[in-house]
Design a protein around this ligand. Structure first.
Ligand code: ADP
Length: 479
């Protein structure tokens, strides 16, 4: 085999991007490459035969220690590495010292910037640890087997382990013996569905859930907003799971109090409002005989406001029924086509938007007719509310083998991607439309009604172009 021809040895040393010097046993320069000259900042001819201390009398290095290290390399015939701070230049250097015949060769490199980054990292790591340790949210990190490898103070407190050490030696397998979980609807939640385990063993990159942890013995409840995500831990970048637990117990209790209050108020309001409406009907009839136009206008306004109030109370009652699991669905077979026609005929007179109805012949569905009408009215009134008057609204029904999908399309404001995730939540209203009347209940109630029919509700929307809301109703399976 032919040997590779190497360039001249000195040429090679000159080409390297690190400082390279050779010093004799008394630490006097014998050789310096160009880079070394550049780093030291003094011409080579002024350095050769001199010690570096001759040129920097105010240096900060401990020469006795340095000499010991250097001599050691010679005794052991082994290189030494060190990082030094060189005060005259205010710079950090990384040095590798090799014993070479009866001399030493030294390779050195300016690592000031690198050192700065390392120090900053180290200090942010310390700050982060301090922060994690003392925040009121629980923070834990689990290794791939589920063993806790990091827990902060709040996590230890929430877990009721006596201390950090006792928690660190364990996995979470013992927890189901002491606690059970509930989801937001108060339904039992399997530990496998908890966010941490979903990421650990369920193949998810991240997961989050609000859940209630109930102590089996004391029945004490803690509501937690849990967020878990995969993280990669150095040095081997092994996937671990980090979970953050935000205690929302107080918030949940307040929410429950608010629900109870709303339920109570709406129940109490229902009867007087219904009788008010009946009396107003009578008054309206009577006012026709007295031919007093002003009174008639006032009565008609009060009546329309009472209708709005009754509608609101009905929504609030629906909400409490949903909360208490008492919303009743009474299913029977009916023609969807006739319902679509009926709802459109009811709504068209109160809007200038042309409502276009478009449905293929759909077979009858088995559902709660009034409740499906409620969903349709809600979607249509939203389409009216959030789109300009002259734009059409398209109501469509399309059937396939298993279900019928009903859609309401408008050409209005549209909904941002971010908001699309929230609009089916209770009391969600876009801040952008603070001027539109409403409470943010319609879509929540609609989604619950659709869910109770084993159907789905969803939206496709582009901001500024419009929205299409869809809901599906599975077919009645006649046997
Ligand atoms: P409300 O209309 O009373 O505020 P909803 O639950 O019906 O309550 O709707 C919730 C939110 O969803 C609305 O506040 C609005 O921001 C958004 N939204 C619903 N329908 C539409 C639509 N067709 N176009 C644009 N935004 C809509």
């Amino acid at each position: 085999m032919k040997a590779l021809s190497l360039p001249n040895f000195e040429e090679l040393l000159e080409s390297i991007q690190d400082g390279f010097v050779v010093v004799d046993k008394t630490l006097r320069y014998v050789y310096l490459n160009k880079k070394a000259e550049e780093i030291i900042g003094i011409p080579i001819e002024k350095l050769l035969g001199k010690r570096f201390t001759d040129k920097f009398p105010d240096h900060n290095l401990n020469l006795v220690d340095l000499l010991k290290i250097v001599e050691q390399t010679w005794i052991e015939r082994k290189n030494a590495t060190l990082e030094i701070y060189f005060k005259p230049q205010k710079r950090w250097y990384y040095l590798i010292i090799y014993p070479f015949k009866d001399m030493y060769s030294v390779i050195f490199r300016d690592i000031t910037a690198e050192k700065q980054i390392r120090d900053d990292l180290q200090s942010s790591k310390k700050q982060l640890d301090l922060l994690f340790r003392n925040i009121s949210d629980g923070v834990v990190i689990q290794d791939p087997t589920g063993k806790f490898v990091y827990v902060n103070n709040a996590a230890v407190e929430m877990s009721k382990f006596p201390n950090e050490k006792s928690m660190l030696s364990l996995t979470d397998v013992g927890l189901p013996g002491h606690y059970f979980l509930l989801d937001e609807e108060g339904i039992a939640l399997s530990w496998e569905d908890a966010p941490g385990r979903q990421v650990l063993f369920g193949g998810k990159e991240s997961a989050e859930k609000v859940l209630c942890v109930v102590d089996k013995e004391t029945r004490e409840e803690i509501w937690l907003d849990v967020k878990s995500a995969k993280i990669f831990v150095s040095p081997d970048k092994v996937p671990h799971v980090m979970s953050i637990f935000h205690n929302v117990t107080v918030l949940k209790k307040l929410e429950r109090q608010k629900d109870n209050f709303l339920s109570l108020v709406s129940h109490e309001l229902k009867t007087p409002l219904t009788s008010m409406k009946a009396y107003l009907d009578i008054l309206q009839k009577q006012s026709k005989h007295i031919h007093d136009a002003k009174t008639a206008t006032i009565i008609s306004r009060v009546k329309s406001d009472t209708d709005k109030l009754i509608e609101l109370v009905h929504s609030l009652l629906d909400i409490s029924r949903i909360q208490e699991g008492k919303l009743q669905i009474v299913k029977h077979k009916f023609s969807l086509a006739s319902l679509l026609k009926e709802v459109t005929e009811d709504i068209q007179p109160i809007t200038h938007h042309p409502i276009q109805v478009n449905y293929s012949k759909t077979s009858s569905v088995n559902a709660d007719r009034d409740k499906v009408a409620q969903v349709l009215v809600n979607l249509l009134t939203n389409a009216i509310k959030y789109s300009p008057e002259e734009k059409p609204i398209i109501l469509q029904a399309k059937a396939n083998e298993h279900e019928v999908v009903i859609s309401v399309k408008d050409f209005g404001t549209g909904i941002s991607q971010k908001e699309q995730k929230k609009i089916f939540n209770r009391f969600y209203q876009s801040a952008r439309y603070a001027t539109f009347p409403g409470l943010g209940l319609g879509l929540y109630i609609s989604s619950e009604i659709v869910r109770m029919h084993n159907g789905k509700i969803w939206v496709k929307s582009t901001e500024g172009k419009g929205s299409t809301f869809y809901f599906s109703l599975p077919y009645h399976k006649s046997k």
